[in-house]
Ligand binder design. Structure first.
Ligand code: URA
Length: 275
């Protein structure tokens, strides 16, 4: 059963628990809810036509991920490495996107969060503000994360595959991904997250070096890099804004990821942030 607070979170995502309670008790599960309540989704409606994560599935050429060797750094060394990384991304000219972006967008969150969420690329609002997922999709992402107890201010780090906005939010080109992935790999090596959540096809396919459709990547635990970090795949929030009927599947994915994390951290009391 769900607490009042959790019900509020689920309503904010657009999971209609009220409808669910009319279903037969034997099948009662929040994920079986149907349409999102109008009030809860109204604030999230009207997303721009093309946001990262909203485009129809097309085969991608995935970049080859060359994991960075994980080195244990002291807190002072890690802080210096984060600073260097941030400066490099701000000044980056590795691909032509630097000419059209406002700024490079590295990421947001505690530098030793247990959770790492990875999206596709900054959109218009992110490009303007220098922070990932701050537009309409970001608001939904925040609500989704809150529903499983995560918050970018305290226990989840959020980043993208690309650090620069592609013009008109088109799909990242393979050469752009190849140029930018080393930054993400350095972030992962510094964070050493306990679990990763790839949101959307572009992030999932590039991190897992596969062209399998998103539907086949959901619902299982993948592993990433030399630390074999568990990685779970779900829909991109921008896609969910356009396809609210799939929010219940995203909620299943989030519960699944949370259960994987809970199994990993049983007995731990650091509240998801080791910094
Ligand atoms: N979509 C993404 O994939 N990343 C963002 O930062 C914003 C929208």
């Amino acid at each position: 059963m769900y607490s009042t607070r959790q019900r509020q979170y689920l309503e904010a995502i657009g999971i209609d628990l009220w409808v669910r309670r009319r279903a037969p008790a034997a099948t009662a599960a929040p994920a079986a809810a149907t349409a999102a309540p109008a009030a809860a989704t109204a604030a999230l409606a009207g997303a721009p036509e093309a946001m990262p994560g909203t485009r129809a599935a097309q085969p991608v050429q995935v970049a080859q991920v060359q994991p960075v060797r994980v080195v244990q750094a002291t807190p002072a060394e890690a802080a210096a490495q984060w600073q260097a990384l941030s400066a490099e991304v701000r000044a980056c000219t590795r691909c032509p996107l630097h000419a059209t972006r406002t700024q490079g967008v590295l990421g947001v969150g505690p530098p030793r969060a247990d959770w790492l969420v990875i999206g596709e690329a900054p959109g218009a609002e992110e490009d303007r503000r220098g922070e990932p997922f701050v537009g309409a999709a970001g608001q939904l992402l925040d609500a989704m994360l809150r529903a499983i107890g995560l918050d970018r201010k305290s226990n989840v780090y959020i980043a993208n595959v690309l650090k620069s906005r592609p013009p008109n939010n088109r799909d990242p080109k393979p050469e752009e991904v190849a140029a930018c992935l080393p930054y993400l790999l350095r972030q992962i090596a510094l964070l050493q997250p306990k679990i990763m959540l790839a949101v959307g096809r572009i992030a999932a396919q590039n991190l897992l070096a596969t062209d399998a459709p998103l539907g086949r990547l959901r619902g299982k635990v993948h592993h990433f890099g030399e630390l074999h970090t568990p990685l779970v795949v779900t829909y991109h929030p921008a896609y969910l804004l356009r396809t609210p009927a799939d929010k219940r599947k995203a909620w299943e994915d989030l519960k699944f990821a949370r259960s994987v994390y809970q199994r990993l951290t049983e007995g731990s009391i650091d509240h998801g942030n080791r910094s």
